[in-house]
Structure formats: structure tokens, C-alpha cells
Design a binder for this molecule. Structure first.
Ligand code: AMP
Ligand code: ZN
Length: 111
């Protein structure tokens, strides 16, 4: 757990929140500032700063399993996943997370 990390606090229950899905090492909760009707964040319980620091292949697999479990739970088949890595790419919270967005049409390429 990294001090003053908001996602550590959420993932470890220090800040009470409702999880869409939870497994041993991963939680899924709603984004506070949703960019789509459905906007969830898939977050490892352990503090990993970004995808660049993710070495654990099992955790990698568990994160993507959580994407599938939570979309399936909400009966969502079309969705966009985004991982911002680094400031230049738009990362603002430096605890790895996968954005999962659905419920509207998305354009490509993204800006
Ligand atoms: P990123 O820019 O990829 O680092 O995304 C950070 C995301 O975290 C943004 O979409 C924020 O709206 C979201 N966020 C920040 N604080 C919270 C919070 N306390 N609960 C839920 N989502 C949050
Ligand atoms: Zn953290």
C-alpha cells in the first residue's frame, strides 16, 4: 500500500466504496467522473504505478479476467478499454487502472 494513493485506499477498503466486481487481487469500481454511461476502473489491490511497472503475469491475467467478469455481469458486449501510461498519455492517477467504458458510440482514432 502506497501512502496517499487514492486507489490503494479504495482497493483496500480504507475509503468505503461499492465494487462492481472483486477478486483476490483486483477490484472494479465506477469512475467518479464518467466519460460514458458505463465507466468502470479495473484496479489491482497492490500498488503498481503504471503498466510499465507491471511484471506479474498472473496479475495481468487477473486484471483482464476482471474486465470480462464485470462486463458480463452488466451484460455489456461492446466496450472500450483504455490504459493511460504516463503523464503525456493522460495518466493522472499513478496506480495502474484499466478504464472500461460502454453505453455510447466511440470514435476512432481517439484524440
Ligand atoms: P487516468 O487519467 O487514466 O489516470 O484516470 C484516472 C481516473 O480516475 C479518472 O477518470 C478519474 O475520474 C478517476 N478518479 C479519480 N479519483 C477517483 C475516485 N476517488 N473514485 C473513482 N474514480 C476516480
Ligand atoms: Zn496505489
Amino acid at each position: 500500500m502506497s501512502e496517499n494513493c487514492i486507489f490503494c485506499k479504495i482497493a483496500n477498503g480504507e475509503i468505503p466504496s461499492q465494487f462492481v466486481y472483486e477478486s483476490d487481487n483486483v477490484v472494479v469500481f465506477n469512475d467518479i467522473n464518467p466519460q460514458a454511461p458505463v465507466h468502470m476502473l479495473v484496479v489491482p489491490k497492490v500498488h503498481v504505478e503504471s503498466l510499465n511497472e507491471l511484471e506479474d503475469k498472473n496479475l495481468m491475467a487477473e486484471l483482464f479476467k476482471a474486465v470480462k467478469k464485470s462486463t458480463k455481469k452488466l451484460n455489456i458486449k461492446d466496450y472500450r478499454t483504455v490504459i493511460n501510461t504516463g503523464k503525456e498519455a493522460g495518466q493522472e492517477v499513478f496506480h495502474l487502472h484499466i478504464h472500461v467504458m460502454a453505453g455510447r458510440k466511440f470514435s476512432w482514432p481517439a484524440g
